[in-house]
Design a protein around this ligand. Structure first.
Ligand code: BTN
Length: 325
């Protein structure tokens, strides 16, 4: 009934009388009042005026089915599983995917108690200050193509952040989204596959929207959209914009089966393009000039003497010569 009342208040815009709600749901005034109190506890602002009824004047910025679902028009996010708290949205999405949930299912959370980053690292996930979301995909592609999806995700985040904030972010190869030389978004893509077919991919994004400060160890490397653009960013609108941008880019990626149609756009956002970068390869670090990605997402690095090396994701990191980006 609580959700029904909310829907009615949203549709109505003006006041809805308490009696009308009682009649509609065949419940007492106390039951209506209790549902309204619950909505207020969730962050909805509801005016109650004697002889007029209830009026909705504010909605919380939460990535719930109710709020985010209303902002989504496409297939990505058509089914939303929201948790106020979960260990990791990627882990929950993988569980749902293994149980057979449809492509486009989105898991969101307000807080992750064990957020995961790439290479087994933890992902700092403070409550209410970021977007944590994981999208289930089921592409008909060979497993070797899965890593390219992450680059498509980074492009989508960059475009959506531009749309929602006006910031012009860059991509630090392969998939960190950076602003002012610091990271605002990380993407962790996980997959279940057989040798020749993908069962599912889970693409998890952590976008720092509202942090005013970061733990000591992240301070040099991380930033938030709030810090970058100086005003709060609505998480729901941003998440919906990311999903919408992703749908368009992903369709182009699937059409080609690789990044040939997107590489130029990706490279126009690539941090360090045409500059010297340091490749931190466990087999030995080296320096060269970044020439951008090829159609499979490998980074082309021109060495002294003119040879080109192709860097593939995995254990390798790329750094600018004077810092993280
Ligand atoms: C990175 O190391 O850059 C990747 C970070 C990915 C973090 C996101 S937050 C939502 C999803 N759930 C997780 O546990 N991780 C990803």
């Amino acid at each position: 009934m609580k959700q029904e009342i909310l829907r009615l208040l949203k549709e109505e815009k003006g006041y809805v009388s308490g009696q009308a709600l009682c009649d509609r749901f065949q419940v007492s005034r106390t039951a209506v009042w209790k549902a309204v109190r619950q909505l207020e506890e969730e962050g909805y602002v509801i005016e109650a005026v004697r002889n007029r009824g209830y009026r909705l004047t504010g909605c919380p910025d939460r990535l719930t089915e109710e709020e985010l679902g209303a902002a989504i028009r496409g297939w990505a996010g058509r089914s939303i599983c929201y948790r106020e708290e979960t260990e990791s949205t990627n882990d929950l999405a993988k569980k749902l995917a293994a149980e057979g949930c449809p492509e486009g299912t989105l898991v969101t959370a307000d807080y992750q108690s064990a957020g995961k980053g790439r290479r087994g690292r933890a992902w700092s996930s403070p409550k209410g200050e970021a977007v944590y979301m994981s999208l289930v995909l089921r592409p008909d592609l060979p497993p070797a193509s899965a890593s390219m999806v992450t680059l498509v995700g980074a492009m989508a985040v960059t475009a959506a952040v531009g749309r929602e904030t006006g910031l012009s972010c860059q991509i630090k190869w392969p998939n960190d989204v950076v602003s002012g030389g610091r990271k605002v978004c990380g993407i962790l893509t996980e997959m279940s596959a057989e040798l020749d077919c993908i069962h599912y991919i889970v693409m998890g994004m952590g976008i720092n929207t509202g942090q005013r400060e970061f733990p000591e160890e992240l301070r040099e490397k991380a930033t938030s959209l709030l810090l970058e653009c100086g005003r709060p960013v609505n998480r729901c609108r941003l998440a919906a914009a990311v999903l919408e941008e992703f749908e368009g880019l992903y369709a182009r990626f699937l059409e080609d089966g690789d990044l040939r149609g997107l590489a130029a756009e990706y490279n126009s956002r690539l941090a360090g393009l045409g500059r010297e970068v340091r490749i931190l390869d466990p087999a030995g670090a080296y320096t060269g000039v970044s020439r951008g990605i090829d159609e499979e997402g490998g980074l082309l690095v021109e060495m002294d003497g003119g040879d080109t090396r192709r860097v593939v994701s995995g254990e390798v990191s790329v750094r600018g010569l004077y810092g993280y980006v």
